[in-house]
Design a protein around this ligand. Sequence first.
Ligand code: GLY
Ligand code: MN
Ligand code: MN
Length: 445
Amino acid sequence: MKHLPVEVFIQRRRALMASLPNKALLLVPSATLVTRSRDTEHPFRQDSDFWYLTGFNEPDALLVLMKGYSEGEQFLFNQPKDKLMETWTGIRLGQEAAVIQLGFDQAFMLTEIDQQLPKLLAEASEVWMPIEDQALYSRYLFWRQQVRARFKRVASLPARITDLSQQLGEMRLIKAPEEIELMKEAARISAEAHCRAMQVCRPNMYEYQLQAELEHEFRMQGASGPSYGSIVGSGDNACVLHYVENKDVMQAGDLVLIDAGAEYQGYAGDITRTFPVSGIFSLQQKQLYSLVLKANLLAISLTRPGATLDELHQAVVHCLVTGLVELGLLKGEVEALIEAESYKVFFMHGTSHWLGLDVHDVGLYRQDGKARPLEEGMVFTIEPGLYIAPDQQGIDPLWQGLGIRIEDDILVTATGCEVLTSGVPKTIEGIEGLMKGEDHAAAGV
Ligand code: GLY
Ligand code: MN
Ligand code: MN
């Protein structure tokens, strides 16, 4: 299991403060447990910003940073050690170990926060926090009142709050080498799970059984589980973009679309592959699949620093519309069909999103009203698809109910890009070969 050293997190906290003025106060809350039913909870998943800055995986904590403060700059408020509670819910790090293991200047019990925070706030020049967090905001208002009550000579309190999410989003968008290592691992495990699904898939299996195969592989390889709800849609179900029921029997002759990825050390893999349930593509399936693959490969070939996600999307749209006209699925002039957005009945989603600690990761897509240029260290998906609804009017029934998406995770490098998810085949020969029992390398991707 790869773990990041504590220095990485200390350095991220310093880097975040570096661009801010002296005495800027930053607040980043952890996630809390969410009830699943009566007194049982959903599995805990740490808040991505909090994890990025602390590497601390407990609920009910608050990260507090104050640049240039006399008593230290990096503070943690977390749960106290509690023998009885730890017997039920597991070991807590506590305050002493938080200082040593997580590199904080001081750690306090969360119950001390109303005592400590007003002291810091009384000296703060600015306040930065996630402004959409209502619980934190109401606590913040209480701390302001406390400053007025307890520190009567404070001249002024910060007049506004600045949203920390955007600042952190920009930091998180460019992945450091140690993050890229973790993302490669998330992609590798995700790819192996997709290979497993192709290898075991047989007609008359249930979709949820393929889901179980994928998620078994995730856990067996040290991932914490799926990075979003696994989608296993066979036949018509492939045309439902977020189909997560995974409840049907898979029929010979149908395709199955799997969109699933592993979460490793907080980082998401996000892969889609579409393959024939019985291992052999039909003619129509081959034709439509080849077109989506062409668009996927075209977008990858255009990826390099300076290109934009808008350019990739436009290239994908042009490629798909040209192919749809050639197949007779769209009628008219390519440019006019693009202008009228007629293709959106078959391709209704975007081509890309940022990928990182969140599957739809943070970071602005546009700057100054323009698509931002790609930079080395960004990671994103390329995921063109075509979906011919089962009740699509005016279409030969041979095409109806076909849903195909091919999604890869892409790292922008100094000169181009690296496909992190090449461990699972996507060519027709590669998929049919793997499903026949050839090994992936021999079958070719
Ligand atoms: N799995 C979610 C997505 O591809 O965006
Ligand atoms: Mn995606
Ligand atoms: Mn996906």
